[in-house]
Structures are given as structure tokens and as C-alpha cells.
Design a protein around this ligand. Structure first.
Ligand code: GAR
Length: 202
């Protein structure tokens, strides 16, 4: 049966991209295939991970497109010319406009490293999320996969997994535990669930 065509948007190290690549290899992600990786940073290690896996990878920066509007126009061109069914934001550190998210209604998902609605929205990304969780003194945190709409981290929740905060955690230690125990598990699982729905409805 035909698979859903996935594009992954990245900005950095790409460990969540790697989890998706590994899931496709092992067959956990069987209803979708990663066809394209786009980074908004030229030097993102995620681009190397894509190349190592033989996946087409592009670096498209806002600067090279003359600003946000040109950047989004270029993204749409590249995505639509490849008939992408599902866009996965995996550590993609750029907020997309309402025009963009409307163009792909219920076709974009994102992984966020907290239990939404805690520690999310504008300004909460990467390590800052874990710093905020530790500053608040929460005993449980986690990760969330959600649909992307015009509100940062505000779209419908698809999957969540809780992770324990331990005495003496630093933001780095907590980030690693949240990735290992939650992000790298629920992102491929959510991708499979949605891809199965896409190919079921095609
Ligand atoms: C991940 O923890 C991801 O959840 C987070 O950035 C990290 C990227 O790591 N994303 C956000 O904070 C988005 N608001 P990775 O490049 O190794 O996947």
C-alpha cells in the first residue's frame, strides 16, 4: 500500500529526526516514509543525519529568501512540489504564520518538550522549557505532540507522556530524560498514527 509522504522540519541536532528515521527502519513507522528534511539553519547537524540516511535534505534560511514571507513561500513550493502529506516539526525553532498553518490545516504536527499547557508558547523552546519547569519546582514534566495552528503550541493535542523530575536535575539532565523517555517514543508513535489515518482516507 502507498505510504504517506512525510517532510521533517528541523533547526538543530536532530535527535527527534533520528528517532523518526530509526522508527521507519525498524518498521514502527510503517504507514509513512520520510521523503524530505528541511532545515532553517545551514549548519544543523540534522542535515547530516538526513544525508546519512539517504534522505533529500535542504537548507532554506529566512535570510536567503529575503524575510519571513519569502521563506514561507519557498517552503510551500518545496513541500507542494513533492506532494507531502504530513509535515513534522522536530526541533524546528521558527514560528510560522497563520497563512502557512492554514494552508496545511491538520497536516503539521510538532513535538514540544513539556506537558502542554505548561511551559509552552512564545519564548518556550529547547533548554528554556526545562529551565522554567525546574524554576517552578514541578515534580512531573514530559512531552507533547500536537497539531500546529496559528497559536504557538496551541493546536489540538495528539499524544503526551509524563516524565519524572528528580532531585538535583539540571536543565540538561532533565532535557535528556524527557527526550529518552518521552519525545523519541511519542513522536514516531504519533507519526505512525496520523500516517495510518492519512493512507486509510486516501
Ligand atoms: C527537542 O527537545 C524538542 O522537543 C524541542 O527542541 C529540541 C530539539 O532537539 N523543541 C521545542 O522546544 C519546540 N518549541 P533535536 O534537534 O535533537 O530533536
Amino acid at each position: 500500500m502507498a505510504k504517506a509522504r512525510i517532510a521533517v522540519l528541523v533547526s538543530g541536532g536532530g535527535t527527534n529526526l533520528q528517532a523518526l528515521i530509526d522508527a521507519e527502519k525498524s518498521g514502527k513507522l510503517k504507514s509513512g516514509s520520510i521523503c524530505l528534511v528541511i532545515s532553517n539553519k545551514k549548519d544543523a547537524f540534522a542535515l547530516q543525519r538526513a544525508a546519512n540516511a539517504g534522505i533529500e535534505a535542504l537548507a532554506i534560511t529566512r535570510k536567503s529568501c529575503g524575510g519571513q514571507e519569502g521563506f514561507e513561500k519557498k517552503l510551500i513550493e518545496e513541500l507542494d512540489s513533492r506532494d507531502i502529506d504530513l509535515i513534522i516539526m522536530a526541533g524546528f525553532m521558527s514560528i510560522l504564520s497563520e497563512d502557512f498553518t492554514r494552508h496545511y490545516d491538520h497536516k503539521i504536527i510538532n513535538i514540544h518538550p513539556s506537558l502542554i499547557p505548561s511551559f509552552c508558547g512564545k519564548g518556550f523552546y529547547g533548554l528554556l522549557v526545562h529551565e522554567a519547569a525546574l524554576a517552578k519546582g514541578v515534580k512531573v514534566t514530559g512531552a507533547t505532540v500536537h497539531y500546529v495552528n496559528e497559536i504557538p503550541d496551541g493546536g489540538e493535542i495528539i499524544m503526551q507522556k509524563a516524565v519524572e523530575v528528580k532531585e538535583g536535575d539540571t536543565p540538561e539532565v532533565l532535557q535528556k530524560r524527557v527526550m529518552e523517555e518521552a519525545e523519541w517514543i511519542i513522536l514516531p508513535a504519533a507519526a505512525e498514527k496520523i500516517c495510518a489515518e492519512i493512507i486509510g482516507g486516501k
